[in-house]
Write a protein that binds this ligand. Structure first.
Ligand SMILES: O=C1O[C@H](COP(=O)(O)O)[C@@H](O)[C@H](O)[C@H]1O
Length: 257
């Protein structure tokens, strides 16, 4: 029988440190469950403020980096060492500090950055290689997708009012008119995000306070982040601090693993 999506679980933490530690413990638990079941852990990671929140994984002996397969939830069409690159950000904040094999980090192919169609097709094929041959599903089922929210309610590179919000088939799509620079990007689509086993948003600080209450308390407004609703049995989590959740009416859940 078709089941509706589960309600999001909102975890709000009094301090940045508590959030970072709890997020790391949550990721380590998902990693263990995935490796026990399938021998690998597939993760999609965002740029922006997110990579800094993953510092609880650095030096953490429970993380089996050689079993991780990392993709980017969205990426900017720039060289991998460009200051706007999400890969560069994640590499500087996290991957350069942990023993993850470079072949386990799936970056865009910089030779295609001038041709967005090719760039997104190529990245989609990279996902197909990882998922379709192994799971033979219509859409890839990431073990975990880690997302941020922008001040306009965008997530990954899915922006309010953009035609990409209606994409139903492609796994990876491109955008050449992002309202936030740089304009040219590729992004995982909703079908991929919403087929993940677990999705976690991470948002901190007063700067997110109004947007967070809009997303959680007024989902009917259809902001891009409100449209993230993993299909059953997928689960959506929010990891936020009390500064960001100060205006949210949506019920908080005490954090537990
Ligand atoms: O442009 C982007 O923005 C979002 C949100 O960034 P944040 O700095 O407000 O956390 C980010 O999740 C996405 O990966 C990035 O490309």
């Amino acid at each position: 029988m078709h089941q509706p999506p589960s309600a999001p679980i909102l975890n709000s933490f009094p301090s940045a440190n508590e959030l970072v530690e709890s997020l790391a413990a949550f990721i380590v638990k998902l990693q263990k469950d995935s490796i026990d079941k399938k021998g690998r852990f597939t993760v999609a990671i965002s740029g922006g403020s997110l990579p800094k929140q993953l510092k609880g994984l650095i030096g953490n002996a429970s993380v089996k980096w050689d079993k991780w397969q990392v993709f980017y939830a969205d990426e900017r069409a720039v060289p991998l060492d460009h200051p706007d690159s999400n890969h560069k950000l994640c590499f500087d904040e996290l991957f350069s500090k942990v023993p993850i094999p470079s072949t386990n980090i799936h970056t865009l192919d910089p030779s295609f950055i001038e041709d967005l169609e090719e760039l997104s097709d190529h990245y989609e094929k990279e996902l197909i290689r990882e998922f379709a041959q192994k799971d033979s599903a219509r859409f890839p089922v990431f073990d975990l997708i880690l997302l941020g929210i922008g001040p306009d309610g965008h997530t990954a590179s899915l922006f309010p009012g953009h035609e990409l919000l209606a994409e139903e088939d492609r796994w990876v799509a491109y955008i050449e008119d992002s309202p936030k620079p740089p304009p040219k990007r590729i992004t995982l689509t909703y079908p991929v995000i919403n087929h993940a086993a677990q999705v976690a948003f991470v948002a901190t600080g007063e700067g997110k306070v109004d947007m967070l209450s809009n997303i959680l308390d007024k989902p009917e407004e259809g902001l891009p982040a409100s449209r993230v609703k993993p299909v059953y049995p997928g689960q959506l989590y929010w990891f936020v601090d009390d500064a960001a959740s100060a205006k949210v009416q949506y019920p908080r859940t005490p954090f537990r693993l």
